[in-house]
Design a protein around this ligand. Structure first.
Ligand SMILES: O=C(CO)[C@@H](O)[C@H](O)COP(=O)(O)O
Ligand SMILES: [Fe+2]
Length: 216
C-alpha cells in the first residue's frame, strides 16, 4: 500500500510560494495538492490556472489538482495545459460525471472524484471503473485548518470495500484536518494519500512535519 503525502498549498504563505515549493521539493512528499476554489461551489476563492502553471515549472513532483468549482468539465483542457497530473472533480459539481471523468483521462490525466462529507460512497458506484482516485473530504470544503470529521474513518473503509468489489485499483485520498495524531488511523482505515495543509505549512519545520506524517 502506498503512503503518499500531498501537502496542500492553500496553507502556504502566498507571498512566498516559491519557498513553499522548495520546501516540498526537499521533503519526502511525492505530491503537491492544489486547491482551486471558485467562490460558488465553496464559499472561498483561492487561486487558479496561473498558479498551477507556475508550480509546474517549480517541481517534478505529482501535481494533484483538487477542483472545487461548478461545472469542472469546462476547464479539463486548461488544467492539462497547466501541467496537472491528477485532476479531481466533485461528484456534487458535475452533472455528467461519467463524461467528465472520461474526458480527464482522454486528456492524458488521472481522474479523481471527490465526495463531500454528506455524500455517500455509493455515489461513485457507477463510475468506479473511470476513476483513478477517490477523494474523501474529511471536512466541508472551502478552508484549511478545520477539524477532522471522525466519521470519515468508516467512510474510507466503505470506499475501500466498494473499490475492492469493483476490482478497481483506484487510490483513496483523504483531505481535511489530517495531522500527526490521526494520520496512522487514516492510513489504517485504507487511505493511500493524505492531504495536509495546516499540519505541514503551519509547522515550524514543514519538512520534518511531512516526515512525521509518512512515518505515522
Ligand atoms: O480541499 C481542502 C479544503 O477545502 C483541503 O485540501 C485543505 O487545504 C486541507 O487543509 P488542512 O485541513 O490540512 O489544513
Ligand atoms: Fe483539497
Amino acid at each position: 500500500m502506498p503512503r503518499i503525502i500531498s501537502p496542500s498549498f492553500l496553507s502556504a504563505d502566498f507571498l512566498h510560494l516559491g519557498d513553499a515549493a522548495r520546501t516540498v521539493n526537499d521533503s519526502r512528499a511525492e505530491w503537491f495538492h492544489l486547491d482551486v476554489m471558485d467562490g460558488v461551489f465553496v464559499p472561498n476563492i483561492s487561486f487558479g490556472l496561473p498558479v498551477v502553471s507556475a508550480l509546474r515549472k517549480a517541481t517534478d513532483k505529482v501535481l494533484d489538482v483538487h477542483l472545487m468549482i461548478v461545472q469542472p468539465e469546462r476547464y479539463v483542457a486548461d488544467f492539462k495545459a497547466a501541467g496537472a497530473d491528477y485532476l479531481t472533480v466533485h461528484v456534487e459539481a458535475s452533472t455528467h460525471l461519467h463524461r467528465t471523468l472520461q474526458s480527464i483521462r482522454d486528456a492524458g490525466m488521472r481522474a479523481g472524484v471527490a465526495l463531500n462529507p454528506h455524500t455517500p460512497v455509493s455515489a461513485i458506484e457507477e463510475v468506479a471503473a473511470l476513476t483513478d482516485m477517490v477523494l474523501i473530504m474529511s471536512v466541508n470544503p472551502g478552508f484549511g485548518g478545520q477539524r477532522f470529521i471522525a466519521s470519515s474513518l468508516d467512510k474510507v473503509s466503505r470506499a475501500k470495500d466498494l473499490l475492492l468489489r469493483k476490482n478497481s485499483p483506484a487510490l483513496i485520498q483523504v483531505d481535511g484536518g489530517v495531522n500527526a495524531d490521526n494520520a496512522a488511523q487514516i492510513f489504517a482505515a485504507g487511505a493511500d494519500v493524505l492531504v495536509a495543509g495546516n499540519a505541514v505549512f503551519g509547522a515550524e519545520d514543514p519538512v520534518a512535519a511531512i516526515q512525521q506524517l509518512i512515518e505515522a
